[in-house]
Design a protein around this ligand. Structure first.
Ligand code: DAH
Length: 336
């Protein structure tokens, strides 16, 4: 009897397979309810007393060897096991295609419109110095207009900051290129103005700049009118006098949205007019700062917030939706 157990022990130790069905067969053969181990334990009571100890030790050794072997075999198959369970004939799992973010879609559309009249895209860094974000744009230190844009500073003296507008790209481009200049600069901007839960300190702008000989205010108005017609299908605009340090004269651009629905009344506050951007003729001081002769060249610039335009185009009521990554919102732009 003891020899028989010894033989089994050798057999167990020598057993090897990676086939899960064979492993299961092995398990049932040895440790199943009607398996060899139970059968041996059953025989224990018939073993003469003087052999009980040796017999007990042997079957315990066998039991342990079986347990170890099973553990061993299972760990070897762990990686391939799921493969064997795959039903290769099943239909595939559909892949969720991503969608472009509405901000990007509208940005691309705006770029397309301006490209068709000769504007090229140019971008600049999000981390800026004081010169490009403020000083060169005719916003000297301590100028109160700096307060219009609460700034995130990274370092002070000399100031390094997160750009508060895309107007900084105007300076970078004019420093490195000769007129004629016709550029569009989309990008992220940052303002330290979390004054309400509705406002967001990161948003997107698109800047436009046109510098050449004899560029006039009429060119500006015509360009903007072309743009609003293409984007909104609305050609009636008005330029309201305003102030920006880098343009003179400056204006806010309003589009006549109409009063055809309740929504129109709400978003235009009953006036029919909607403000969409700031603009103006580039201030001669700005041109001088970038070594362009204001006696020879003139130009216009404009800047608009993209979020606002997306909200107008798609009748979105809350700017926070852009940043929540809610697929139910994003998927609505799938087909655009
Ligand atoms: N930079 C301005 C802002 O962020 C927007 C702006 C106004 C840009 C007039 C321009 C401009 O280029 O001419 O509020």
């Amino acid at each position: 009897m003891l020899e028989q157990i010894d033989e089994l022990l050798v057999k167990v130790k020598g057993f090897n397979t990676t086939n899960t069905a064979e492993i299961e067969k092995f398990r049932i053969e040895y440790s199943g309810k009607k398996g060899l181990l139970n059968a041996l334990f059953d025989k224990f009571k018939d073993v003469p007393n003087d052999q009980k100890k040796a017999f007990g030790q042997k079957i315990n050794a066998l039991k342990q060897a079986v347990a170890e072997k099973l553990e061993d075999l299972k760990s070897n198959t762990r990686e391939i096991e799921p493969l064997e369970l795959v039903d290769w004939t099943r239909p595939g799992i559909p892949m969720d295609l991503g969608t472009r973010h509405p901000i990007n879609l509208v940005k691309m559309r705006i770029i397309e419109i301006f490209k068709s009249i000769g504007f090229a895209v140019s971008d600049g860094p999000e981390i800026e110095d004081d010169w490009h974000n403020f000083s060169a744009l005719n916003l000297p230190e301590y100028h109160p207009a700096r307060d219009m844009q609460d700034t995130f500073f990274i370092e002070q003296d000399p100031d390094i900051l997160l750009r508060t507008h895309t107007s900084s790209v105007q300076i970078r481009y004019m420093e490195n290129n000769e007129p004629p200049i016709r550029i569009l600069s989309p990008g992220r901007v940052f303002r330290n103005e979390a004054i309400s839960s509705r406002s967001h300190c990161i948003f997107h702008q698109i800047e436009g700049l046109y510098i050449d000989k004899k560029v006039s205010f009429a060119d500006l108005k015509q360009t903007l009118q072309y743009f609003t017609t293409e984007l909104f299908g609305k050609s009636k605009i008005r330029l309201r006098p305003s102030y920006f340090p880098f343009t003179e004269p400056s204006a806010e651009v309003d589009v006549y949205w109409g009063l055809n629905s309740e929504t129109d009344y709400r978003i235009t506050k009953g006036t029919g007019w909607l403000e969409i951007m700031g603009c103006g003729m580039v201030d001669p001081a700005v041109l001088t700062n970038v070594n362009i002769d204001p006696e020879v060249y003139s130009g216009f610039a404009f800047g608009m917030g993209i979020e606002r335009i997306v909200m107008l185009l798609h009748q979105m009521g809350d700017i926070r939706m852009f940043f929540e990554n809610d697929k139910r919102m994003l998927e609505q732009f799938k087909s655009l």
